[in-house]
Design a protein around this ligand. Structure first.
Ligand code: CLF
Ligand code: SF4
Length: 503
């Protein structure tokens, strides 16, 4: 088979070169800046493939794919649910025509939306007619939108040519194992050659199809992201091996996500009491895998009809009846979109240039040895500290150290400011936030009220509203340097213990 070359290098070579040998020598942003131009052009405005881009660019999913050809123990699909935020859940299923209408309406209303993904609620490639009809119409009618697809991989080898034909540059394969013994604990059955196949035999077929599909995509120069669900006690240790193998084959990015297994979702794991990982366990595994792989740490495990920036869901604004009442001039919208995209990309270039200059500035040896500190950040996008503490539904977590600032992940919380004071909801939202921010020593936000301020302080998390509207990474570094100046970083004792012992 002919090897397609992207620019000068294949994705396999790119993946090998852009990985960080030590696993801790810099942020995903550093890795992004070391990519060849041809690959950077593909990822710079994709909110899932670039951590930096996710602060600015939005994605949307259209729910055109109801059927699935396998069963995962963590899945229970719902087709008319507006209040659960997890994969496999949607408010309404769409026909390809409705999906195109919705995509154009969103693109005209949210010009920062750059990517249209099909991610369910079932498996897009188990619904090939609906999926490819949607892609075909969109590539004709809205050529400025990137197309993206996510699959379990069972039908992938049969669909690679069709994906390449529609210029789909971004494919995600969910790969949870490369060993059928692990696989049989995750997948009870698959539907294969018109019949159900169970247990280890099913897992073996699925793994072989996923690996074959991955290799075929790489051969065609299509960027592949691998998603893996971390299931403690089932595949957590094994995922390091998965990461190593997919990287070796040329996957561009690995996204290790936590298992969602609340019993009320009605999944097999939820009902059986299988727990998901703690944030620290997830981070440890992501760090362990990072030695061999570019890691995605900003995934929000979106619904199959999500709309907006990652972490935000504006789907309710685009129901079919609301879209029908809109008057959309897509040609005019494309012009506005082009101007807005160019402005954002220019801002990103400037940020990258600044980061490059900062990373070249030498760090004093004394500062390099300071202990790292986790900080939480409230942001509503744009890469800025621009959200009130009480309005946050999630906090981004950054690690500052003597060698720089790196993004670690996000933690969801209940919004404190809409909690009803009279029934203790506010108090419980606040104690939930304190629990969620465990391990963080500061929280940076645009504003914060007196009550949460004192409770956070008592818990050893220093609130900070002094860097409102400043770029996140610079603000985090500024707070870190203040801590260093105050002598709070030279001991190995975390600030929280120090404060308690002084009290
Ligand atoms: Fe959607 Fe997935 Fe494309 Fe992104 S999501 S199909 S690659 S456009 Fe992104 Fe959502 Fe995580 Fe998926 S945050 S669940 S990784
Ligand atoms: Fe659910 Fe996706 Fe698994 Fe199918 S592949 S069972 S839709 S999680």
């Amino acid at each position: 088979m002919q090897l397609t070359v992207i620019g000068e290098e294949t994705p396999k070579e790119v993946a090998a070169e852009s990985s960080c040998a030590s696993g801790s020598c810099g942020s995903d942003n550093d890795q992004m800046s070391s990519l060849p131009d041809s690959i950077r052009d593909k990822v710079k405005n994709h909110p899932c493939y670039s951590e930096e881009a996710h602060h600015y660019f939005a994605r949307m999913h259209v729910a055109v794919a109801p059927a699935c050809n396998i069963q995962c123990h963590y899945c229970n699909r719902k087709y008319d649910c507006s209040n659960e935020s997890r994969p496999g859940v949607v408010s309404e299923l769409l026909t390809p025509e409705e999906a195109v209408m919705k995509t154009k309406a969103v693109a005209a209303t949210i010009p920062q939306m750059t990517v249209l993904g099909i991610a369910g609620p079932g498996d897009p490639l188990a619904n090939p007619q609906r999926t490819f009809e949607t892609f075909r119409m969109l590539s004709e009618q809205a050529p400025d939108i990137k197309l993206c697809v996510s699959t379990n991989g069972l039908s992938l080898p049969d669909c690679v040519d069709e994906l390449a034909k529609h210029n789909i540059d971004h494919v995600t394969i969910t790969i949870n194992c490369v060993d059928p013994e692990v696989g049989e604990k995750i997948y009870p059955w698959i539907y294969w050659n018109n019949k159900r196949v169970f247990g280890k035999k099913a897992a073996k077929i699925l793994i072989a199809q996923q690996q074959k599909g991955l290799e075929m995509l790489i051969e065609r120069g299509i960027l592949v992201k691998v998603n893996s669900v971390m299931i403690p006690g089932v595949n957590d240790e094994h995922l390091k091996e998965v990461s190593r193998i997919v990287k070796e084959k040329g996957a561009f990015l690995h996204n290790v996500m936590p298992l969602i297994s609340e019993p009320e979702h009605g999944t097999f794991y939820g009902i059986m009491g299988q727990r998901g990982p703690e944030p620290e366990e997830l981070q440890d595994l992501q760090d362990a895998c990072a030695g061999d792989m570019n890691m995605m740490r900003h995934c929000r495990q979106c619904r199959a009809d999500a709309v907006g920036l990652l972490g935000e869901d504006r789907g309710e604004e685009f129901t079919l009846d609301k879209i029908a009442a809109m008057n959309i001039d897509y040609d005019a919208a494309m012009k506005t979109r082009a101007v807005i995209h160019a402005g954002i990309l220019e801002e990103l270039e400037e940020k990258e240039e600044k980061r490059r200059r900062l990373s070249q500035a030498s760090v004093p040896a004394t500062e390099k040895n300071l202990r790292p500190v986790l900080m939480a950040v409230a942001t509503s996008g744009g890469g800025l500290i621009n959200q009130h503490f009480g309005h946050a539904t999630e906090f981004l977590i950054y690690e500052a150290s003597g060698t720089g600032v790196r993004f670690i992940g996000h933690r969801k919380v209940d919004q404190y400011c809409i909690g009803n004071d009279t029934c203790g909801e506010k108090e419980s939202a606040l104690s939930g936030s304190v629990r969620a921010l465990h391990g963080c020593e500061a929280v940076l936000c645009s504003k914060i009220g007196y009550e949460p301020w004192s409770i956070l302080e008592e818990a050893g998390i220093q609130p900070n509203g002094e860097h409102a509207m400043e770029p996140i990474e610079e603000a985090v570094m500024a707070v870190y340097q203040e801590m260093a100046k105050d002598g709070r970083l030279d001991a190995t004792v975390p600030v929280v213990e120090k404060m308690t012992s002084q009290a």
